[in-house]
Design a protein around this ligand. Structure first.
Ligand code: C5P
Length: 228
């Protein structure tokens, strides 16, 4: 019998890409596999947590013992997250599409005479920022991920400051790294010291399961207050 340090704790995790419909047959998506978020869900469960995993479309089996909710768009993901609250710990690994199509076509869209796309994109809600800024139901520990293709640490620090989360995991998703869709990840954990300064801890390359185990270990060490 494994120790269950997260027993009685509610952990909420988002994972995978979102899928933003264009019309009945087309969509906008991205290359996220969901592997990192699913690995975190399994590690949290193994530590005894009550885990809700809200996932965009992925080709992975639901982790055992985890309540999985499958969604498509960013707006559906946000609604599912809000419904799943309260939580003690929220971890946002999903690669949420920044934009969606302003006017989803009820029928398959046609080419235009002018030869330009009829698509107009508008911003999606930012789930991490929304939940980090909740007044009443904000989880005591909110963790974001920053996937970057350049200036990893600087971009992640800026994002950390902007989103209002407690920790940020930065990872390089440049094509050469094989992180998107792959089984390994090289991460940096950004936290804040007592003085409010951002601290960066860098790890060497690990499997996504090892990254998940490391993160859950850190969460156990930092456990916020009593269970939600
Ligand atoms: O896409 P971006 O780099 O801003 O993502 C950083 C963090 O914010 C990730 O944890 C991601 O899950 C979250 N996010 C979100 N909703 C969005 C965009 C990003 O929750 N619309």
């Amino acid at each position: 019998q494994q120790a269950q340090p997260l027993k009685g704790r509610r952990v909420l995790i988002t994972a995978g890409p979102t899928l933003e419909p264009i019309d009945p047959v087309r969509y906008i998506a991205n290359r996220s596999s969901g592997k990192q978020g699913f690995a975190i869900a399994a590690a949290a469960r193994a530590a005894g947590a009550e885990v809700t995993l809200i996932s965009g479309p992925v080709e992975l089996d639901d982790p055992a013992g985890v309540a999985v909710e499958h969604v498509e768009s960013a707006r559906e993901m946000l609604a599912a997250v809000e419904t799943a609250l309260p939580a003690d710990i929220a971890i946002f690994t999903a690669a949420v599409a920044d934009w969606r199509v302003a006017h989803e076509g009820p029928q398959k869209l046609k080419k235009t005479e002018a030869g330009v796309s009829p698509l107009q994109l508008i911003e999606n809600p930012d789930i991490l920022a929304t939940i980090s800024n909740l007044r009443d139901e904000r989880p005591p520990l909110v963790v974001g991920f920053a996937a970057e293709t350049e200036h990893l640490i600087d971009n992640a620090k800026a994002k950390f400051a902007r989103k209002g989360c407690d920790w940020m995991v930065a990872n390089d998703v440049s094509p050469g790294t094989g992180v998107m869709g792959g089984d390994r990840n090289t991460v940096h954990l950004l936290t804040r010291g007592e003085d409010g300064e951002i601290r960066t801890e860098s790890f060497s390359v690990m499997t996504k399961e090892q990254v998940a185990a490391m993160l859950i270990e850190r969460i156990i060490l930092a456990l916020p207050g009593p269970a939600a």
